[in-house]
Design a protein around this ligand. Structure first.
Ligand SMILES: *Cc1c(COP(=O)(O)O)cnc(C)c1O
Ligand code: SF4
Length: 322
């Protein structure tokens, strides 16, 4: 199967996923699924523990009635990013870097995600709008890095990706192309020969920030995909979100760092949850996060300790916590 077929074969109903894992099909929450649909690649489900609702992989993707509770302080756009949305698809918030949304969907729907409310419809870009984005970048020589973000940028077919990237290659002040993608982890088949060939042709420096939250997400297939990326010159980094009930323990995070390193990925950020409506049950207090982080620093060599950060609206960089 090619990656599009793998993608199409994924679960789109909590009922089927639960059945596949040997669970009572009545668990989960239809109301929550209606708000934000279920999407789980089969390969990701295969890494889950059967008959275990505490499985850290299942918890990230199974709709839950807790999402429907309204909780003060958890809102639709906690980062107030619309003010930095310079044109459809382009976010210019960080100095030197622009963030471009080239895809409105992901291979997996993570329940804690800000994307559950984001107006992607307004941000879907056509090739004409792409030209406007290219011009914007051309006209601002302070921009040296383009970040493909999402949704998941690797949801875009490679041929289309090539059309996006080619005009960037000739902008002199650009030197780095970065992807933020969960696909090398949740659908490693995406890193196929066609994509690798395109990447090998680029003169831009390449960075891939994978989003992995738990060591059990890593497997021989992710190892292969990551090794292939590295061979094409990618710098590989990981960003995790600190999630209650999923990875809220120093030992779990240490294991994740070690296993990532084993697959050639350096831990980069450990992000506190953005306070998105419907995700409060995953959140932790800053005090609790700090405590876990302190223990993590004791048991890991410095180079395997991710930076503990959070996003504060109006701040033009992530804010380090410590
Ligand atoms: C924080 C963040 C960035 C920018 O990160 P830096 O590494 O601080 O430049 C880009 N994309 C996503 C998805 C992020 O969370
Ligand atoms: S943007 Fe990232 S966290 Fe959100 S649903 Fe997509 S893969 Fe999951």
């Amino acid at each position: 199967m090619n990656w599009s077929q793998e993608l199409a074969a994924g679960f789109r109903e909590q009922k089927q996923l639960l059945k596949y894992l040997g669970h009572d099909e009545a668990s989960g929450s239809l109301g929550a699924q209606q708000q934000f649909s279920t999407r789980v690649p089969k390969g990701f489900a295969d890494k889950m523990k059967r008959n275990d609702f505490n499985c850290p992989l299942l918890k990230q993707v199974l709709p839950s009635s807790a999402e429907l509770k309204l909780i003060d302080g958890y809102v639709i756009d906690p980062l107030q990013e619309s003010q930095f949305n310079m044109m459809p698809g382009l976010l210019h918030k960080y100095h030197g870097r622009v963030l471009i949304t080239i895809a409105g969907s992901c291979a997996i729907n993570c329940r804690y995600c800000f994307r559950r409310h984001f107006p992607y419809q307004d941000n879907r870009i056509n090739l004409k709008q792409w030209q406007a984005i290219v011009d914007y970048i051309k006209n601002d020589s302070s921009i040296n890095e383009v970040i493909f973000s999402g949704g998941d940028p690797l949801m875009v077919q490679t041929k289309r990706l090539a059309e996006y990237i080619e005009p960037l290659e000739s902008i002199k002040h650009l030197d780095t192309l970065r992807f933020h993608s969960r696909m090398p982890i949740v659908l490693p088949e995406r890193i196929d020969a066609e994509f690798l060939e395109l990447m090998a042709r680029l003169t831009l420096k390449k960075v891939m920030v994978v989003h992995c939250n738990h060591s059990e997400e890593l497997c021989p297939k992710t190892a292969q995909a990551l090794a292939d990326l590295k061979k094409k010159g990618f710098v590989l980094l990981n960003q995790s979100v600190l999630l209650k009930g999923v990875n809220d323990h120093s030992k779990i995070l240490a294991e994740l760092s070690h296993k990532l390193f084993g697959q050639g990925v350096m831990p980069y950020y450990l992000h506190l949850l953005d306070k998105v409506k419907g995700t409060a049950h995953f959140d932790m207090t800053v005090a609790d996060a700090k405590q876990i982080y302190k223990k993590l620093q004791i048991i890991l060599p410095g180079y395997l300790v991710p930076k503990l950060t959070r996003e504060i609206p109006s701040e033009k960089h992530k804010t380090l916590i410590n």
